[in-house]
Design a protein around this ligand. Structure first.
Ligand code: PA5
Length: 449
């Protein structure tokens, strides 16, 4: 049974009468087209029944690899970018101890991320931190050729081999990549690394429930079987034959498209738990890369609340009324912290004595929702009972299928990303990559004009 809840009631008053209902038929058809494989991008639908196709044996295999890394490493660096890192990062941050890093008694290796930027300081500081440490690497790239990831992997591979010797390094370097193509595959096969395949028909941003996400999450010590179970349950709850009224993915897709048609061009995901920061980053990639094309698409933005109420709150309350807000709320925190009494009460906060910190947070959430609604911001609320693997598995799959339906309602192919190539071509040309020399000269001439 699924546990996350979608509440769109505070969005509907901002829509013309019948706007959501008028999208019902199209939403049902879009979900059916995903099922039947008759939609644009139908060669990338491997994610649709991915949860239910994951076997206990597959999970056990990933767990065994994770256990090797956990026992042989003090740190494991996940090299990957975009869909090849955000899902794992989101789940690990959501489930992890915020200050785990600083705790001496942390069990298992620290999971670090690289290959998601080209910051020289970042990489220099990382390689410096790893000096003398027993570290391993998970090299994740579907294409196997992504520059950011390949650059970091070359540095990390060399360092790992220098510090641990080639034979030991081979045991703690794992590749997650294409079955046949790309440099990551060539290297993995040549070096004899343990490797996992990212299925051809699963796009990067839909790949968190493949070893792309599952392996790093297992290395971090979290229960991937429970994560997959949550996703399986959401797969059933959002199936093509689940009626529109009961199907949260169809509902979410229809409401956000109705809002878009009513001029709400920006969806702001607001969380009230710092641990969900990266969940919003993952969601932004999923929706941004899937929908932003052909001059169309809701711009996915995010804020961490209440933090950003002190920076972006003014804009949300009072700025251009082209936004809607989707609140991601967690009903029950994992820990309990009560507000203490203070005899002097100099801060005037004794009225909160004995209450949970989360109660204050919840009132902030409710008060903010109401204020934003009063300020003209339609509101969608997605609530999860708690931040655990099962609920996060549900949430991941809910957003994936919601994204597929939503992109089709928008009239785009949600599963390609042609726009991502433009910067790469220019960067290669400017760097003088063999084969790009002519374009490089033309670009430099343009910059000099
Ligand atoms: O969703 C996508 O396809 C992209 O964001 C990719 O995940 C990202 O570009 C990384 O690509 P790759 O896994 O091929 O290195």
């Amino acid at each position: 049974m699924t546990t996350i809840k979608l509440d769109t009631r505070a969005a509907e008053p901002f829509l013309p009468a019948g706007a959501v209902q008028s999208l019902k038929e199209d939403a049902v058809s879009a979900r059916r087209a995903l099922e039947d494989g008759t939609c644009p991008g139908n060669d990338f639908l491997g994610w649709l029944h991915l949860p239910s196709s994951i076997t206990p044996e597959f999970i056990a295999d990933i767990q065994a690899t994770a256990d090797t890394l956990r026992s042989e490493c003090d740190a494991v660096v996940v090299a990957g970018i975009g869909g090849s890192y955000l899902g794992a990062k989101a789940i690990i941050e959501a489930l992890g101890d915020t200050f785990g890093w600083l705790r001496k008694a942390q069990s298992g290796p620290a999971v670090l991320f690289a290959g998601n930027n080209i910051g020289e300081d970042y990489l220099a500081e990382l390689t410096d931190l790893l000096k003398g440490r027993r570290f391993g690497v998970i090299n994740i790239s579907k294409s196997g050729t992504t520059t950011e990831t390949a650059l970091a992997f070359r540095l990390l591979k060399k360092q790992c081999e220098q510090q641990r010797g080639k034979d030991e390094a081979r045991r703690v370097i794992v590749a997650v990549t294409d079955a046949k193509r790309g440099a990551a595959r060539t290297t993995a096969d040549k070096e004899g690394y343990k490797s996992y395949v990212i299925p051809d028909n699963v796009g990067g941003r839909f790949s968190v429930l493949t070893p792309v996400g599952l392996l790093p999450i297992a290395v971090a010590g979290f229960d991937i079987a429970a994560l997959v179970k949550g996703a399986q349950e959401m797969e059933a709850a959002t199936a093509a034959d689940v009626p529109f009224e009961e199907n949260p993915a169809m509902q979410y897709a229809a409401v956000r498209n109705a809002l878009y048609r009513a001029g709400k061009k920006i969806e702001i995901m607001a969380n009230y738990q710092p641990k969900l920061h990266y969940m919003a980053e993952w969601w932004k990639q999923l929706y941004g890369e899937s929908e932003g094309k052909q001059g169309k698409g809701i711009f996915p933005a995010s804020v961490d609340l209440t933090t950003d109420l002190h920076s972006m709150g003014q804009w949300i309350q009072d700025g251009e009324r082209t936004i809607f807000e989707t609140v991601l709320s967690v009903e029950q925190p994992e820990k309990t912290l009560l507000f203490p009494h203070d005899d002097e009460n100099l801060d005037g906060l004794n009225f909160l004595e004995g209450r949970r910190v989360d109660q204050v947070n919840k009132m902030a959430e409710l008060g903010t929702r109401l204020a934003h609604i009063d300020g003209g911001v339609p509101n969608i609320r997605i609530s999860m009972p708690r931040l655990d693997e099962h609920a996060l598995g549900e949430l991941i799959y809910f957003f994936e299928v919601g994204c597929g339906v939503s992109g089709l309602l928008l009239g785009v192919n949600p599963f390609d990303q042609p726009g991502v190539e433009a910067y790469k071509k220019n960067m290669f040309a400017l760097l003088g990559k063999p084969g790009y020399e002519v374009e490089g000269e033309a670009l430099r001439a343009r910059l000099e004009d």
